[in-house]
Design a protein. Structure first.
Length: 117
C-alpha cells in the first residue's frame, strides 16, 4: 500500500499543489525541485512511490528512474510527461516505470493512478 511519496517537479507552484493535494488525501510527501535534491532525499529514506517530472533543470526523470530501479529506495514510479510526448512515456515504461501521466495533470486522475498501482 502506498503511503510515502516523493514528488520531483521543478515547477514550485505545481509541486506544492501536488504535495498539498496528496497530503489532504492521507499521503505523506516529500518534494524536490531538482534531480540533485531528489537524490539527496533518496539517500535519507525510502518511498513507496516516486512521481518524477521528465524535464528538470539539472537532469531528467529518466535518469532518476534508472537510479531508482538499480536500488531499493522506491517501490513504484510514475513519470510525468508533457502532453503528446509518447516516446518519453514509452522509454519510461521500458525502464521500469509503473505508469505515466501527461501534463496538464488532473489531480483526481493522478490520485486514481496512484490508487491503482
Amino acid at each position: 500500500m502506498i503511503k510515502n511519496i516523493l514528488i520531483v517537479e521543478d515547477d514550485v507552484v505545481f509541486c506544492k499543489l501536488l504535495t498539498r493535494f496528496l497530503t489532504k488525501n492521507s499521503y505523506t510527501t516529500k518534494d524536490a525541485q531538482s534531480a540533485k535534491q531528489a537524490f539527496e532525499l533518496l539517500k535519507e529514506q525510502t518511498f513507496d512511490l516516486a512521481i518524477l517530472d521528465y524535464r528538470l533543470p539539472d537532469d531528467n526523470g529518466l535518469s532518476i528512474l534508472e537510479s531508482i530501479k538499480e536500488g531499493d529506495k522506491v517501490s513504484k514510479v510514475i513519470l510525468i510527461t508533457r502532453y503528446g510526448d509518447q516516446e518519453v512515456a514509452n522509454k519510461a515504461i521500458d525502464l521500469g516505470a509503473d505508469a505515466y501521466v501527461s501534463k496538464p495533470i488532473n489531480p483526481d486522475e493522478l490520485l486514481n493512478v496512484i490508487q491503482n498501482l
